[in-house]
Design a protein around this ligand. Structure first.
Ligand code: MN
Length: 320
């Protein structure tokens, strides 16, 4: 029996299905969870999505208000099957991992090459752009048609995991997107809501950080920072600063962008992005942090001036 047939059999014999995804869920996690939720409900199955803290950016998606939120876990007795989406290992299920393990029948649909194979049945195609792309194959295998509600959720996962179709796209990805568009979804509106819509306060914060932006080392390093007092005044959270590091990175002369966030205890959290050749994971680990080759960070107790000086010297060693 193929994996898809196996999933079909499990879902057909289940009356009520619990849907879980990874912690700090992104558009693919929430999009795939709600796509499956809407598809199951459309096909006379009971379903529940449990996400302790869902990102409200995605609150426009059909079914978002039905998500069970908070730290109280759903009642195990109500479900006969559990499906995890976009989650490569059990730990990433956070507080729901024991609940997941308590099921005899578990299914995982994912696209991470690092998937730990922790479920009874795993459907994974690591070439796919997103879990939503793989879920679309699974839904077809189940014989479910994709209506507009399901398509809106799937489209959201496609665009968030491909940076708006800028990377991770295979020819099949675009063919599947064409199918989604045929359902009549408002592509422009979803795109704008997910990528462009912000708040006045966040825009003001960005303005402050851009005003402080400076170029160092022959304009190859950009540097800026946010203070705790900025966040307090504008009533924002540290997570509201996530995109600011990209402004420096997009300047034509810049190879490495550095963004420092002041913490409550007067330490700083440093985010770095590189464009083409600097391996910032090496630099981050020298300061006790880590990350990826082009996106890394660390924490420091140095003053801003001290940090700037030491860090620029370190980055310079790799600049061409
Ligand atoms: Mn994903």
């Amino acid at each position: 029996m193929s994996v898809l047939e196996n999933i079909k059999e499990k879902i057909e014999k289940s009356k009520s299905i619990l849907i879980l995804t990874h912690e700090n869920p992104d558009g693919d996690a929430i999009g795939s969870s709600l796509a499956l939720y809407n598809a199951l409900r459309k096909n006379e199955k009971n379903a529940l999505v449990y996400i302790p803290i869902p990102d409200r950016t995605f609150s426009f998606l059909p079914g978002f208000d039905d998500i069970l939120i908070g730290s109280d876990l759903p009642d195990r007795e109500h479900f006969d099957c559990c499906i995890s989406l976009d989650c490569s290992d059990l730990n990433r299920l956070g507080i729901a991992q024991d609940l997941f393990n308590s099921f005899e029948e578990t299914i995982c649909i994912d696209h991470h090459i690092t998937n730990q194979n922790y479920a009874d049945i795993t459907y994974i195609n690591a070439v796919a752009s997103s879990t939503c792309e793989n879920l679309m194959v699974v839904l077809a295998g189940l014989g479910f048609t994709i209506n507009k509600e399901v398509a809106e959720c799937l489209y959201t996962g496609f665009i968030t995991d491909t940076g708006g179709f800028r990377y991770n796209c295979q020819p099949e990805t675009m063919e599947m997107v064409a199918t989604l568009l045929e359902t009549g979804i408002n592509m422009a509106k979803i795109y704008r809501t997910v990528f462009d819509v912000t708040t006045f306060e966040k825009t003001k914060l960005t303005a402050r950080c851009l005003d402080r932006l400076e170029l160092l080392a022959d304009n190859k390093i950009s540097f800026t920072y946010v203070l705790r007092s900025d966040l307090d005044e504008l009533k924002l959270e540290e997570s509201d600063t996530d995109e600011i590091v990209n402004f420096g990175r997009n300047i034509n002369s810049v190879e490495v962008s550095v963004f420092a966030k002041e913490r409550d205890d007067n330490t700083y959290k440093i985010s770095m992005r590189a464009n083409e050749y600097v391996d910032i994971s090496v630099i981050a680990s020298k300061f006790g942090g880590g990350g990826h080759v082009r996106a890394a960070g660390f924490e420091t107790a140095m003053s801003l001036e001290q940090l700037k000086e030491t860090l620029v010297e370190e980055i310079k060693k790799q600049l061409k």
